[in-house]
Each structure stands twice: as C-alpha cells, then as structure tokens.
Ligand binder design. Sequence first.
Ligand SMILES: Nc1ncnc2c1ncn2[C@@H]1O[C@H](COP(=O)(O)OP(=O)(O)OP(=O)(O)O)[C@@H](O)[C@H]1O
Ligand SMILES: [Mg+2]
Length: 577
Amino acid sequence: MTETIFDREQARELRRIAEEKAARRRPAVEDLSPEEVRRLLHELQVHQIELEMQNEELRRTQLELESSREMYFDLYDLAPVGYCTISEKGLILEANMTAASLLGAARGSLITEPFSRYIFPGDQDIYYNHRKTLFKTRSPQVCELRLLDAEKNPKWSRLEAAVAQTKDGNPVCRMVISDIDAHKQAEEKQQNLEDQLHHAQKMESVGRLAGGVAHDFNNMLMIIIGYADLLLADKHPNDPEQDPLKQILSAAVRARNLTKQLLSFARKQVMTLKPMDLNEVIRGFRQMMNRMVGEDVAVDFALEETPLWVKADVSLIEQILMNMAVNAKDAMPRGGRLLFETMTVELDEPGICSNCLEVTPGRYALLKISDTGLGMDPETAQNCFEPFFTTKAMGKGTGLGLSTVYGIVKQHLGDVKVLSQPGTGTTFMIYLPIGAQAPVPLPSPEKARDDVPGKSTIMVIEDEAAVRRLACKILRRKGYNVIESEDGESALSFACAYNKPIHLVLSDVIMPGLKGPEIMNGIIKYHPEAKALFMSGYSEEHISSENNQKYNHPFISKPFSGSQLLAEVAKILSVIQ
Ligand SMILES: Nc1ncnc2c1ncn2[C@@H]1O[C@H](COP(=O)(O)OP(=O)(O)OP(=O)(O)O)[C@@H](O)[C@H]1O
Ligand SMILES: [Mg+2]
C-alpha cells in the first residue's frame, strides 16, 4: 500500500513552488516588527498543526479506500457466480475469476475473445437468440445452455443478462453465469426414473391385457382344435372334408402359437423350472444357430468356463436364443458377426442395480448377445420390448419376438436390457439369477404297467362346460371310464362316496372355489392311488411353477389336441411310481 497521498518527488516539487511564492510575497519578514513576527509565527504554527491533522485525515481515508477496494475485488472476483461484460459484438470485455473458471480459461486470455467460443456447439443457437433479443429489447434475458469446461466437457449453466451503458455511451451486456450442472443432472436422473416407472407400468398393463385375452382365447382354441381333431380322426383318408379340416386345425395351431407368445410376454406361461447349465443349453443350440443365421453370419461363443447353474425352463431359454438369432440375422442382411458371451456378475453395487435393472441384488448369469448389424435408433431401442412393436415390413414381423424374450426373462426373475446405436450393432444383456444346484439324477421308474383304457377311471374337473365336455369326449372315445365334475366341491363329495379306484384326476388349475392342487390334496385322502394331471391356460401366482414343483404333478397347457391329451394320460397311467 502507498505511504501518503503524495510521493517524495511530488512533495519536493510542492516545496520548491511554495518557496518561490514565499520569496515573491511582500512585505518580507525583515520588514516586520517583532510583534508582527511573533503573530505570524503563531499563525504559521497553527496552520502547520491544521495541515498535519488534515494530512492524518487524508491518510486514514486513503487506507479505508484501499481496504474497500480490496473487499470489492474479493467480492467481485471470488463471487459464487461468474460476472462478465460482453460487447454488442459478443466479445468479452471483462470477467471475474469465477467466470474464468466456468469458461475453463485463464482470465487474461478471455479478454476480447468471443464469448461463443466457450459454448457447447449444440447450444450456439440458444446463445445467439439470447444475445440478439437482449440488445434488441434492452430488457433482461435468461437462458440455460452448456458451456465447455477446461477439458472441453459440456456443463450446464444459466446466463442472466442485462444491458448497461459504458461511459462513451456504448451498450454492453452485463452477464451473471451460474453453474447448474449438478442440478440439471439430478433433474435428468429424476426424469429417467420417471420414464422407467412409466415404461414399467405400461408394460405391466399391456401384459395384463395380453394375458387376459390370451387366456380366453386358449379356451376357445381348445374347442376348435379338439373338435377339429375329433372330426378328422373319423374321416377316411380320401374324404374331401379332410383338407378343410386340416386347414382349420393348422390355423388354430398358428393362433395357439400366437397366444403362447402373448402369454410369455404376460409372464403367465406354464413353466417347468429345472436346474440347468446355461452354457450347456447355448452349446446345444450351436448347430441350429449356424443353420438359422446362414453362411454370411459368423457365430462365435465366449462362454464362461465353469457351469452357470440357473433354475429355468429349457424350452423357454431356447426360445430366447432363437428369437434373438432371428432378429440378429434380420439386422445383418449383408452378413456380420453374432457373439454369445456368458459370465457371472454380482448385482449388489448400487451403480449396477440403479442402472435401470429391475432385479433384487445377488449373483446373476449374464448372457450377452451382440451383433454387428444395423443397430437401432433411440426410439426403437426404447420400444423394442413392447408387444407388436416392429419396424419390419407388413407380413415380415409381428413384433412379438422381443416381448416374448422380455416376458420369459421377467418370469425367471431376471431382466433384459439393450444397448444399440444405428450403424454400430446391437447388444442384448440378459440377466438370470444364479442359485440352482446341479441336478441329482432321478431314479428310473420302478416298474411299468400297461395303460389299459378300459380298466382305468379318470375324473375330469373343469368349470368351462365346453372344454370339460370335449376332454370327456376324447377320453371316453379312447375307452376310459370318465367321471365329470364342474368344480372342486362336487368332485370331493363324489370321490368320498366312490369306492372304486380313481386312477387319474384331470383338473383345471384356476377355478372359482377350490383350485386344482387343493382339490387334488382332498381327493388323495380318499383315493391315494389317484395320479393328477393339471391343465392350465396360464400360470398364476398361487399355482406358480414353484408350487407346481412342490406338488410335482404333470401339466398340460391349454389348448391341447386330443392326441396330446391321450399321450399325456397314457404316459402317466403306464408308469407306477
Ligand atoms: N438385433 C437387432 N438389431 C436391430 N434391431 C433389432 C434387433 N432386434 C430387434 N430389433 C428391433 O426391434 C423390433 C422388435 O423386435 P421383435 O423381435 O419384437 O419383433 P420383429 O422381429 O419385428 O417381429 P417378430 O419377431 O414378431 O417376427 C424389430 O422390428 C427391430 O426394429
Ligand atoms: Mg423378431
């Protein structure tokens, strides 16, 4: 800081001028009387004291000024927001330290640079319009855009600007820059979570709808397939009605496959869960895969060396592999590479779990399926798991492949995600919970007895009259003795009073009143010899595959044909456990 208001040079100059002026003054001191000299001396002393006091006052004011100047710079430079003055042409005239750090540059290097140089290229238009409106309207303007930091990374900022005038009358923009990056990121995260929730709710409701429709459809298809089958069995091979009947059957079977896919999406597929090595299932599919994708596509495998035991339905896992392979083939019309990778992952770190995966933490088998195909744009990637979503031409795709995959994976308590960009290919990641043990080989059946329809009694329990009548008809035609029952209560009271053996109970699972497994539990109290065969259009919570495993009763999925039913019945009746 300076010592006084004048430096030494100035003081010497002032002294010289003062002496000159004193020399020119009249009367000179030697002309004065002693009394006048004494008075003059006194005056001079008083003046000197006054001057010293004024000087002291000046010195103090000077110090105060210095300290408030320092405070001003502290406040200005180290303010929590950036301050910038920008000319009408967009050049930086002045900036505080915070602005320099937000713009990722040294303060000195900013001056006379265009402010637009520090803006993310995608947001230049926002800034251009902001500045244009500001100088045109002369009213304060606010905008949000991304500035580039020192590493050239975009960071969200808010610019608040007003017009001021310089001393020479030119308009300038005084701008406040606030860092809102963390706030924006939190907002984006929140938005992502909301989108995810919305998507999950949408999938859930579409699933419920699809499941409901598919269930009712199955009962109707059951009647179409069953009766067409019965009629066909009666026809002579040369009968002209054979062909139309076959057409009806094949259309109904196609419709059955469609409802099967819908049920998979709705996670209501009847599953037979068994411990299986995921790697083994993939290896078993190798040849089929090669044939399916054609010669232009190289299929590679990078499977974890140790077995990946998951509890799953093999046929459903195979269906996933097939749907994925077909999609990959379609995405690589000019050939490419399809890679199947497996590995074990631990999903307990918040980073992974919060990364959109809807699974409980734990160990998972990760199956990665990557292709080098056309890839997907963000909208397709967002919607690809929805039923009936397809980008393929009319008649080329129904849009059920990935929704089936989604439903199967979810029903296995896993999750599936997609990573894709147009032109760079696609990777699907399927997570399935690990936890199953290697299976213990089952003992072979002790002894077999011939299934003799004429001697076997089957109780059929089904609330849907048309389905019940059809099943009874198929069984009676084969020669079985059939007992018909429309619900659990009547079946139980009949079984209690019936004193001959009941060899098999063919029961629906979901019915008003008692459910299939509960009825079966009641019947075996009176007829321990009775075996069970459940028929169901879909699995529900209370007859989940887990329950089914607990009861360990065989299942037949509706809709089934007469021959399927008879084959299943014969299989059970011919084996005495
Ligand atoms: N491997 C992939 N590469 C690029 N896009 C894909 C891939 N897999 C799926 N898609 C996109 O997702 C959409 C939905 O796939 P999905 O398998 O559900 O139906 P689809 O293949 O169109 O018809 P479907 O499988 O019922 O015959 C496809 O139409 C396609 O746009
Ligand atoms: Mg498909």
